[in-house]
Design a protein around this ligand. Structure first.
Ligand SMILES: NC(=O)c1ccc[n+]([C@@H]2O[C@H](COP(=O)([O-])OP(=O)(O)OC[C@H]3O[C@@H](n4cnc5c(N)ncnc54)[C@H](O)[C@@H]3O)[C@@H](O)[C@H]2O)c1
Length: 254
């Protein structure tokens, strides 16, 4: 038997939206490794699914599909303990991009988390416990060019996290967010350049490297476990210590 300070999610049921690849996939694997029965969703089924992880097709931008997904999993397993709102992202785009682009990005990064959380809350509140983790981004706290829609949506997600934590805490439902920093993923070459350029970005950070899915999965695992039983409404930076303030490069010897 595992000790009280060990993460053991045996018997628990979780959903990771957009867990077919990228960070979500590693989050799903970490939860499954800890004993949870995990379902990932996406619009199309991937060719390879990690062991112990199920898939259901759902477009989480659609409230009906989000609710149907949550209800189906809760009915299949008789419970729902963990929801990770991970589906999200955005191409870089100028603030003059079309209103349709803005709507699409906000819908993917913010509305979807609300739809999934509302559906999950019904099951979790009935059981008197549950954990929701929202995957946010440094773009939500530090605006930059070419990320107007994405940054606004992630900022909204951070606010939503704390509103839901306030409202649903009395029902035993915890809601937290992870502020993800600069990551080394399959798509990071598009954003940061080749491996050498990414290493240089990493060296500019206090912990000397960009993040990996494993770094994020560890934080989700903890927030989803009873070790975080008194943590709700938290916005946890998992970002290698953030970025070095630019002015330090101007200060001799720093
Ligand atoms: N990768 C980074 O550098 C980084 C940095 C900060 C925050 N984040 C956040 O982390 C999360 C995961 O990012 P990633 O880089 O792993 O993304 P990714 O593009 O590699 O994967 C996104 C996942 O979401 C799924 N998805 C997309 N649209 C969907 C929809 N409408 N319905 C259901 N599923 C859908 C995709 O199938 C995929 O599984 C996102 O919320 C992103 O904003 C990523």
């Amino acid at each position: 038997m595992k000790g009280a300070n060990t993460i053991d999610l045996t018997g628990q049921v979780g959903i990771v939206t957009g867990g077919t690849r990228g960070l979500g996939r590693q989050i799903a694997v970490a939860l499954a490794d800890a004993g949870a029965r995990v379902t990932v969703c996406g619009r199309t089924e991937p060719d390879d699914l990690p062991e112990g992880v199920d898939f259901r097709a759902a477009d989480v931008r659609d409230p009906d599909q989000a609710a149907a997904l949550v209800d189906a999993i809760a009915a299949q397993h008789g419970r729902l303990d963990i929801l990770v709102n991970n589906a999200g992202g955005s191409p870089q785009a100028p603030a003059t991009a079309s209103p349709r682009f803005f709507d699409a990005i906000v819908r993917l990064n913010l509305h979807s988390a609300m739809y999934m959380s509302q559906a999950a809350y019904a099951h979790m509140a009935r059981a008197g416990c549950g954990s929701i983790v929202n995957i946010a981004s440094v773009s939500g706290i530090r605006p930059s060019p070419m990320t107007a829609a994405y940054g606004a949506a992630k900022a909204g997600l951070l606010n939503l996290t704390q509103s839901l934590a306030q409202e649903w805490g009395p029902d035993g439902v915890r809601v937290n967010a992870i502020i993800v920093g600069l990551m080394q993923t399959e798509t990071s070459e598009e954003t940061y350049g080749d491996a050498e350029a990414q290493a240089a970005v990493g060296r500019s950070m206090p912990l000397g490297r960009m993040g990996t899915g494993q770094d994020i999965a560890g934080a989700v695992l903890w927030l989803s476990s009873s070790l975080a039983a008194w943590v709700s409404g938290a916005r946890i930076n998992v970002d290698g210590g953030g970025e070095r303030p630019y002015f330090l490069d101007l200060v001799k010897g720093s």
